[in-house]
Structure formats: structure tokens, C-alpha cells
Design a protein around this ligand. Structure first.
Ligand SMILES: [Fe+2]
Length: 165
């Protein structure tokens, strides 16, 4: 008889996840308050809600981000999400426009960086969860991998001028 334990000791290298897309689920202090921010700043729409949670979508899928009420007194720790990167649909000017939008809405911007494969603007949600809008400047994915490796995944501070139009 094959037990679960036996199965875990065997390997099957042929089985490899083929991920279509991702979603993120976050503990937040106040799901409804955070959902307003996600609608306003990230342009998302609420697709489902309950007393303890809100699901939001970028418009295509039933949900891309879920906000779940954290336990009372929960505090951000040093282990867990470092940041969640959102590749924008648009060029560097669009990233500058989003940067301007963040500043005009008083969203805390942590840093702006040059990754050699693109540029990133990092900011935080109402609970301090860090997000990144990034604009890819290298469109070919294989070339992107090569450049990222060659430069040791660079993250250099860069001055980015926000656009307000
Ligand atoms: Fe990133």
C-alpha cells in the first residue's frame, strides 16, 4: 500500500507548475477602508465582499487581490511580503504619470529605481504593504533574464520626474 508519506519521498520531475496568472491575498487592518484605497490608487474594482474580506479585480479576472481582516492588534512583521510588483501597461511617461498620481494622492512613495530591465516606483498601502509599479524597458523576456543576471538584479536609485498631465 502506498501511503501519503511514501508518495512524498518519491519525486516526479516531470510535474512542473504552469502558472497562468497570480493573485495576492493580504491581511489588512480594515478591508473596506483598504478596498477604497485599492480602487482609488490601483484602479481596481470590487468583485465580492463579506464582513471580513473584500476581493478586487483589475477588470479581467474575478479577483487579483483579496483583502482579509487581520486579527486585532496584528502588526507588520519582518517576515512575509517584501513588495508586490505590478507591471504597468504603458511606457516610461505612463510610469511618470502614475508617480505623479501617487504623489498627488499623498501615497507614501518609498523610492524610484532603475532595474536596467525597467524602472520601478515603490509605494505603500494604508497598512504599509509595499507595492511597485514597474515599466519594462526590455521587451524580450530572454534578453531581460540575461540583463538582470549580468547586472546582479540591479536596483539603483534614479531621479524620476513625476508627470501631472
Ligand atoms: Fe519588484
Amino acid at each position: 500500500m502506498t501511503t501519503k508519506n511514501d508518495a512524498s519521498q518519491s519525486t516526479n520531475d516531470a510535474v512542473k507548475p504552469r502558472v497562468r496568472r497570480t493573485h495576492l491575498s493580504l491581511f489588512v487592518a480594515d478591508p473596506e477602508a483598504s478596498a477604497k484605497w485599492y480602487e482609488d490608487v490601483l484602479g481596481m474594482e470590487v468583485t465580492a465582499r463579506g464582513p471580513e474580506w473584500v476581493f478586487l479585480s483589475y477588470g479581467l479576472k474575478h479577483h487579483d487581490i483579496a483583502l482579509i481582516r487581520a486579527e486585532d492588534g496584528a502588526r507588520p512583521g519582518g517576515i512575509g511580503l517584501q513588495h508586490y510588483g505590478l507591471e504597468i501597461d504603458g511606457d516610461l511617461d505612463e510610469l511618470r504619470r502614475l508617480y505623479g498620481m501617487l504623489l498627488s494622492k499623498g501615497v507614501p512613495v518609498v523610492k524610484t529605481t532603475d532595474h536596467k530591465v525597467g524602472f520601478g516606483v515603490y509605494f505603500t498601502d494604508p497598512d504599509g504593504n509595499r507595492f511597485e509599479f514597474f515599466c519594462e524597458t526590455v521587451q524580450d523576456d530572454e534578453e531581460g533574464k540575461r540583463i538582470l543576471g549580468a547586472h546582479n538584479a540591479p536596483s539603483e536609485t534614479v531621479d524620476l520626474d513625476p508627470l501631472y498631465t
